[in-house]
Write a protein of this length. Sequence first.
Length: 134
Amino acid sequence: TMPPTAVPPQTAPPTVSPYEFHANAPTCGHSGLTFLKGTVYLNKNDPSQRYVGAIVALGPPDGSTIYAMEKTDGDGQYTFVLSGPGQSREGHWGLWLVTPSSQRKSDIGGPIVTNGLPPSDPKSCWAGGVDFWK
């Protein structure tokens, strides 16, 4: 008699984002003020192809509200300045791309948790950011 055939375990299909753009993992470190900055790339395999004029939204990590929006500059970069020089601004942030009518068109980047820790603390997070790619 033949031994029973092993049944392969069921695996869930990989999660595929429904959005046109995707977010890299966030970065964070110390700076002289609190800001969030990143770049939007049109081609994940070619860093020279950048999205000029992309609209980046800033809000909570769940994307439920838009606090502010910035357009990317001529280098495809955006910056949200959240405090003055020498000041920290604590918060939990998410970043995502939107259409001109404020409809989300990317995964949400983050969460980025800014804090008031001093530069000597390795967990200090005053300057964070997320890059987006297509």
